[in-house]
Structures are given as C-alpha cells and as structure tokens.
Design a protein around this ligand. Sequence first.
Ligand code: BGC
Length: 782
Amino acid sequence: MKSAFRGLLVLILLAASIPGRAAVAAAANRPWLNSALSPDERAGMAVRAMTEQEKLALVFDYFGSLKPDVSYRPPPGARMGSAGYVPGIPRLGIPPQWITDASLGVATQRESADAYRERTALPSGMATAATWNPLLARRGGAMIAAEARASGFNVLLGPGVDLVREVRGGRDFEYAGEDPLLAGTIAGAQIRGIQSQHVIAALKHFALNDQETGRSVLSADIDPGQARQSDLLAFELAIEQGEPGTVMCAYNRVNGAYSCQNRWLLERVLKGDWGFDGYVMSDWGGTHSTAAAALAGLDQESGWILDREQYFAAPLRQAVAANAVPLTRLDDMARRILRSMFAVGLVAHPIGDDPGPIDFTADEQVSEADEAQGIVLLKNAGAILPLPRTMRRLLVIGGHADRGVISGGGSSTVFPAGGNAVPGLGPKDFPGPVVYLPSSPLAALMGQSPLTRVRYLSGDDVARAAQQAKWADCVIVFATQWAAESEDVSLTLPGRQDALISAVAAANARTVVVLETGGPVLMPWLSKAAAVVEAWYPGSRGGPAIARVLFGAVDPSGRLPVTFPESPAQLPHPRLPGESVPQGKRFDVDYREGAAVGYKWYEKQRLTPLFPFGYGLSYTRFRYRSLAAGVENGRLVVSFDVTNVGSRAGAAVPQVYVGPKAGGWEAPRRLAGWSKVSLAPGGSAALSVTVDPRLLSTFDETGASWRIAPGRYDVWLGESSADTRLSAEVSLSAWRHAARWMAGTAPDAKGSRLPSYCRVISAAVRRAGPAWIDRSGSQAAR
Ligand code: BGC
C-alpha cells in the first residue's frame, strides 16, 4: 500500500471512531451506557429511565421460531431457528436478547427444519465432566459461545447441572455427573468460558429436574437440608465460580410448588442465601402464573407461545396496576436482567447484523481435546490396549462407525457441518432426529494404523459378525444408545447389541467394546470382552479422539463422573418413578435417599457397583506417597505426591474423599477435591487440595447454616470412590457458617471465597489400601 494512501486510510478510520456530537450527547443522556460504572449502578439508572411498558417488554421472551401448528410467528427481529427473542429498547441503547440452545453447541429449533445452523458440537456434558478438567470445560464454553455470537446470539441456554440422581434420566448426558463438587466445578468453568465471549450463560434446570418422565407434572420431594447438600450445592458452586447472568427454573415441582413459582427455591435459597444478583428465566413452558411467579422470584417468562397463556406481558401489567405485584418488584425484575446484560458485556459488545465467520477447524480441535480427555477406559484385560500398529487384521463392527458418532436428542441437538451422517433415524419430530456427527471412527482407526487390513460390518447380522470375528487379530465393537430430552432410557443397550457383543466376544477373545452412550448401561457380556471403553457422545471430532486413545497416541485420562450400577435393583428407585402413571397426571417422587446420590448411596447401602464413581484406567501406573492433612489459613489442606511408575506418559486423577468417624452424614464419605496431572514416565508432582468447608458440613435448614461437627475425620486418597491408596485422620473443631455464604464472604487475595473454618487438632497417615478389583475378577491393569 502506498504510504500516502495508507495515511489517508488511517485518518478516515480515526474520524470514524471519533463519536459524533449526537453520540456524545446520547452518552451524556444515557449514563447507564458508561462501562466505567458498576453493573448495579448502570442497571439502577436505566430502570429509572424506563417506561412501564419497556419494563414489561424486557421481562417477556417470545419463542424465537415458527410454530406452524398454532400459526405462530415470532416478532420481526427474532433469529429463525432460535429458542427465544426479547426485543431491544433502542431509545435506551439496550440491544435485543437473542437466545439459543445450548450447552453442547449452537442448536436449531426443529420448527425451522429447512434451515438448520450447522455448528461444532462438543462431546456430551457427561464426557466433559469425565475429563475432571475445568480448563477444558472453560475452553469448550468459550468455543460454543464464540460460535453463538458468530451466529447472532447473546444468550446461551446452558450449562445444565442437575445431578445424576436417576441414571436412566434422558438428559443426564447434558449434565455433569452425580457429585456436587465435580458437577458444580465443571459447570462453573463452562459458564466462565461462555461469558468470556460476552454471551450470557443460563444455568439450568433449577432444580431437581432429575428425570424426564413426568417432568412437567412431578414433584421432586426431598428434605430441604439434604437438597442443600446435594443438587442445590452443585448449583451453588457453579453460580459462585461462574457467576452466570441467569438461572433457568425447571419444569418440575419441588416439594409441591412449581420451580418457577417456588418461593423457597428462588427467593430464599437462590437470591437470599446465595446472593444471586442475576435474573431467573423460566424453562420454555415452565411459567404457570402471573403474581405467584413474579412474587416467588421469577424475573422473565421465557419462550412464550409454549406457555398455556401469557402470564407476564398484559396480565403482569394488570397485576401491577392492581398492586397484586408491587411496581418495585417489576423494577427489580427489569433491573436484574439489565444488570446481567451490563455485567456480561452484551451492551458494550453488541452483536452486528452480519456476525461470523467461524473457524470450524479450530473449534473442532477444542471438541476433540475435550473428548480425548473424557474417554474412560473401564477394562483392559491382558493390556490388550493400546492396540499395536503392527496388527495385521482388524474387524470393526456396529454403531455406524463407518460414518460417524452418535449425539443426544432434544433441544441441545447440534446439527453438524457436513450434515447428519446417518439420516432418517429416530422420531421425525422433537426430540428427534437421531443425529450422527460425520466423524467416522473407522476412518480414524485406519488413519492410525495404515498397514492394518480393516473390515467393517454393520452388526445387523449377529451370526455373520461372530463368524468374521475369527478372521481378525482384534475386533472393535461400537455400541450406541440414543438418549433424548423428554424421555428416559433403559439401562439395557437397545436392539440386539448385547447379543452381538456376546457372540463376537465368544468368537474372538481379543474383543474391544466402545460404548457411545449418554450414561451408564448394563454389561452382561463384561467378563467376555477383553477391553471396554466409555466414549459417551463424542462430539464433532469423536472419531479421531477415540482412535487416538485406542492406539495409545493419548493416554485414557477420563474418570467416571457417575456410578455404573450392576443392576437396577441397586438403585434408590429400582423402578423409574412415574413410569406407570398415566401421562399428564401429577405424581410425587420421594427422594428419601436425600443427599446420598450416586456413590454415596452405594457406600451407604454397602453395594458394589459395576464401576464406581471416579474410576478409570490408564495405560500407565501411578504411585502415591506423603499424604498429609494440615491447616492453611484456617482451611483443611490435603497434600500428597504422585509419581508415574509405568513406562508411558499418562495423566493421574488423584481424588480426596473425607468422612466423619462418628457418621452423621448422608453417606460414609464425600469427594472433597481432586487434581489432574499429566506425567512423563518417572515424573512426579507434589499436589495439594483445599477442602471447601461445606463438604465437611451438614446443612441445618432450621438454623439456616452449615455446621461442622467437632470430632475425628478420615481423609482418603485414591483413584476412585472405591479405591483407597492412602488415608489419614484429622480432628476438626466445631464450626458454623450462615447459609448466606457468597453474599457474606468477600473473595480473598487469591480470589477464593472459602472462609477460614477449621482447626486440625491432629493428623496422622495410616495405611495404603488395596487396589480396586475389577468385576471380571482380574486385577485392574495399572
Ligand atoms: C428445555 C430447555 C431449553 C428450552 C429452550 C426446554 O424444553 O428444557 O433446556 O433450553 O427448551 O429450547
């Protein structure tokens, strides 16, 4: 470029960036647009400048897509295929809210099926939780939010953090497992990632939306204190760590009252005790009243046309006129929404009309890294994995592995670039179709081992598959189970897949099973299969991620975020609650197991599951030493050394569990912290974990406080909830802290909100425990 021309261009650009008189005047007239002020100040000023009609418009969200069955069209300005749209207020410089699903990628509402947005899909939430790696969760959140922005959206309806209380739950795949600390930490990191792109994250579904059967009519009944120690703790931690702009209340009732008009849940717990200063949006079709909802803490009615009638909008105006809802409450609703828009940067970083572009290659790398660390190696008899590249004949069977990897159904479905790899499966309408992402494991396996002769069979013909299995040096069977929003699943793999695996494994002892499931399944063939790998829903680059783990290019470092039961009889509810209740009829689910969710239930009941929480094998082995439990700044700190004593590089996921000797908790022990560290052969790391006092406490609902009972506690270090390598003992003094936690606890210099809470009176390391024995009777390969 000639220098004179370049100078002119610089001048033109500079001139364009100098605000004109009108803009300066507008900024002076609209002080809430000044980013130097706090979000609270800005929201307060903006609300004072608003008309009542503008406030009413802000708290009412239209469904964002066509609804042909009721001839519904969203207002102009909505983005087709989106979940929601709240018009902006141009007079005040407030942009619209363009709202889309969800936590696994940018989704498209089915009603606009002619125009799917093709976007990058992360692996399922369960896979991300299985990484035990908040950094990956954060990167994934940032990736999908950047795609959301590039697609014209500034509100993303995720992540979800309902605990996996019900392993048959149709949406478990969207969530982050059964433990509040793990789930809350992963979701908190996802929120941070999403909001780093100036996109509001909606943490959902608040609360106890733990099964799909009867989700709009059931009441999740639970002791409030136990809820605070389990499902609610996951939300509390995610909110504390991620500071989401909004929380979405759920479809179900909690202890009798609908979540979106549940005063205890919204006003007392969320906004009161936790000091949540964002807004509460309803789930789509989850609003049931005007004054009752507004007074209980609902701030925005979402996705109207899906509610039976409009509850906010005109009825809310009438309720305010009649003083059934005070004007101050309407102001508070508007203020909360604006506060989040200012805090997350929706106003300072507006979305243009022609956003984009998207770097799909870079985004797929994020997805692949997530899956590669989320894959869990469940069994590896005779160290059959990693597969040798010298292998001559490989047979791959089933799971449409020649074409792609399966994903979950419902509002979270991401339609992939390149289209559905296996079209025509599953329900035509919501929650379908079944979407296979076009990332073929077969092609990736061939890429990993180019000299191996590879054959593929669909697996439809079981006898043929078993016969062909004899030809191969090794067989890999891919098994899939589609799970979807609005329906729950069975624990049994669908179709004839169990029979297929049994027949193939009987014909060839070197059979590896790769599961692509939303959550746990039963494995009647487990003793026959040489190796089993849980790949979950593997995301846009599932094929390469699976192939790299199977061939050892990557060490399997995923660990189970959920317990795999041996049979439904082991579950707190052996039969799915409500399964025989006629559709639409109300019923109650009695969560009498309280906070004993997942591994806590098994340990309390002394049950041995198929695979315990936290479990997963590596291709190398780790040794743990020097466990110490001490106090730093009034907090319990557990430190230890880990060494890679095998001959390959790998990642260890040491887990710290704690439990009171005198009992009194919902279960003998709880996860209190973990670390994930990648080590070269012979490499060591000195690690430490600081324990959140809530994980040492019980919640006293009457006294609205967390309490640590004085006495002796065990501290265990292991590789799963059922595997203790070292243990120590500490004595703790009594401690009590008000439930109003976040609000009352300023972050310290390191940004931690943990208050000082304990005095360790004594600590001593006791013993090394046994390695966990796998179900097939052989010592787990370590
Ligand atoms: C789901 C939400 C989702 C919303 C908008 C509802 O059916 O429960 O998770 O965000 O629809 O699509």
